[in-house]
Design a protein around this ligand. Structure first.
Ligand SMILES: Nc1ncnc2c1ncn2[C@@H]1O[C@H](COP(=O)(O)OP(=O)(O)OP(=O)(O)O)[C@@H](O)[C@H]1O
Length: 346
C-alpha cells in the first residue's frame, strides 16, 4: 500500500507505558494531498504525527515516506532523513538566528547562492522580504508563524506535517495563514497532514478529513462525504450544531418525536437522531410534527427558533429561512429533511 503515496501508515500502534495512544491506524496520503486529522483532545492525533515524523517509534506497523519504509520491518530512519518537514503550534523558531537564517536552517550544505535565492523567494511569498535581518522576538505571532511555514517549506519537502499550526492566531490571521499555507503547498505539490481541532481548517484546506477517536480512525473521506454520511455524532457535529433526539431503533427504523427514520444497518436498541439545524422547515404535510415556539432570534441569513416539539422533553434549536417568521408562544408544524438527519446507536 505504501507505493505511490507520499506518506503511508500501516497498522501503526503506539503506547506510552500502558496507555495506548494509537491503537491501529492505517492512512495513506497521496502526493500533493492535504489531509486534516481531527478528533477530541487526547485521541492520539499528535502521537500519530510524531510517528510519521520519526519523533516516536511505532510499537507495531509500518511508516513509509515516498514508498520508502522509514519505520517498521526493522528499519528506523531519523526525522531529519525522512524528507519531511514539521510545523508545530509554538513555531519553535530559533531565537538566536535572524529570520533569513531561520528559513535557511534546513538548507545546510547547499551552495550559498542557491540558499540565498530560496530564502529570498520564500520571504517574498510570505510578505516578509524586508524583515530578513529581524529576530523572531521582533515579529508578531502571525509573522513568526509565516516564518515557521517558510522554514518548513524551504527544503522542498514532499510531506509537511503540521500540528495545530494556526491555533495561536486570531480569527482573521488564521484565515489568511490557512489560505497562504494551502497556496504554498499546492504550488509546490507538497502533501500535508494537518492536525487541527477546528473543522473550519479542514473545510477550508483539506482534500480529505481523517477523524480519530481513542487511538483509531473512525472515518476518512472528503469533507462532503463526511458531511453527507457522518460516521458518528462527533462527525455529525463537525459542520455545525445538530439537535440530538432520543430514539428507539426497531425493525430497521429509528422511532423518535421527530418521526421515523430508516436505519437499515443498525441493531435494535436505543438510538440518537442527530438533525442538522437547517434540516427543519416550517411546513404542513402528512409527516408534519407540531411544536410550540419558545423563542426566536434573527441571525441574518437564517432565523433561529427554539422549539418545544410535541412528545419531546428537551427543546431543540433549528434554523429556518429568515423570510419566514414565527411568534414566540405560537404553534408551528415542522418537517425534517431525511437527508440531513442521522441515526447512531445511543
Ligand atoms: N509523552 C507521553 N507520555 C505519556 N502519555 C502521553 C504522552 N504523550 C501523550 N500521551 C497520552 O497519549 C494520548 C494521546 O495523546 P496525543 O497528544 O497524541 O493526543 P491529541 O489527540 O494530540 O490530543 P490534543 O488534541 O489534546 O493535543 C493521551 O491520552 C495522552 O495523555
Amino acid at each position: 500500500m505504501s507505493a505511490g503515496f507520499a506518506l503511508s501508515l500501516e497498522h501503526v500502534r503506539h503506547s506510552y507505558g500502558d496507555k495506548v495512544a494509537v491503537a491501529d491506524v492505517s492512512l495513506a496520503v497521496r502526493a500533493g494531498e492535504i489531509v486534516a486529522l481531527l478528533g477530541p483532545s487526547g485521541c492520539g492525533k499528535s502521537t500519530l504525527l510524531r510517528l510519521a515524523a520519526g519523533l516516536e517509534r511505532p510499537d507495531a506497523g509500518k511508516v513509509a515516506v515516498g514508498g520508502r519504509i522509514v519505520a517498521g520491518e526493522g528499519a528506523f530512519v531519523p526525522p531529519e532523513r525522512r524528507g519531511l518537514s514539521l510545523v508545530f503550534q509554538d513555531y519553535a523558531l530559533f531565537p538566536h538566528l535572524d529570520i533569513a537564517a531561520n528559513v535557511a536552517f534546513g538548507l545546510k550544505g547547499r551552495p550559498r547562492g542557491e540558499i540565498g535565492a530560496i530564502v529570498a523567494d520564500l520571504l517574498g511569498r510570505i510578505g516578509l522580504a524586508d524583515r530578513a535581518r529581524a529576530y523572531p522576538h521582533m515579529l508578531s505571532g502571525g509573522e513568526q508563524q509565516r516564518v515557521a511555514l517558510a522554514r518548513a517549506l524551504a527544503p522542498n519537502p514532499a510531506v509537511l506535517l503540521m500540528d495545530e499550526p494556526f491555533s495561536n492566531l486570531d480569527q482573521r490571521l488564521r484565515e489568511g495563514m490557512r489560505t497562504e499555507t494551502v497556496r504554498l503547498l499546492r504550488e509546490r505539490g507538497a502533501a500535508a497532514v494537518l492536525v487541527t481541532h477546528d473543522p473550519d481548517d479542514a473545510l477550508a484546506a483539506a482534500d480529505r478529513m481523517a477523524l480519530m477517536r481513542a487511538g483509531r480512525l473512525v472515518q476518512v473521506g472528503t469533507p462532503e462525504e463526511v458531511f453527507r454520511a457522518p460516521a458518528d455524532r462527533f462527525a455529525a457535529r463537525l459542520f455545525g450544531e445538530v439537535a440530538e433526539v432520543p430514539a428507539v431503533i426497531a425493525g430497521g427504523r429509528a422511532w423518535s418525536a421527530l418521526g421515523a427514520f430508516p436505519t437499515p444497518r443498525l441493531a435494535d436498541g436505543p438510538g440518537i437522531v442527530c438533525v442538522r439545524r437547517d434540516a427543519v422547515t416550517l411546513a404542513d404535510g402528512p409527516e408534519a410534527i407540531g411544536a410550540r415556539v419558545l423563542a426566536t432570534r434573527f441571525l441574518g441569513e437564517r432565523r433561529q427558533l427554539r422549539l418545544q416539539v410535541d412528545g419531546l422533553e428537551t427543546p431543540i434549536e433549528v434554523a429556518i429561512d429568515r423570510r419566514l417568521n414565527a411568534e414566540p408562544g405560537g404553534r408551528v408544524s415542522i418537517t425534517v429533511d431525511r437527508a440531513d438527519a442521522f441515526v447512531f446507536p445511543a
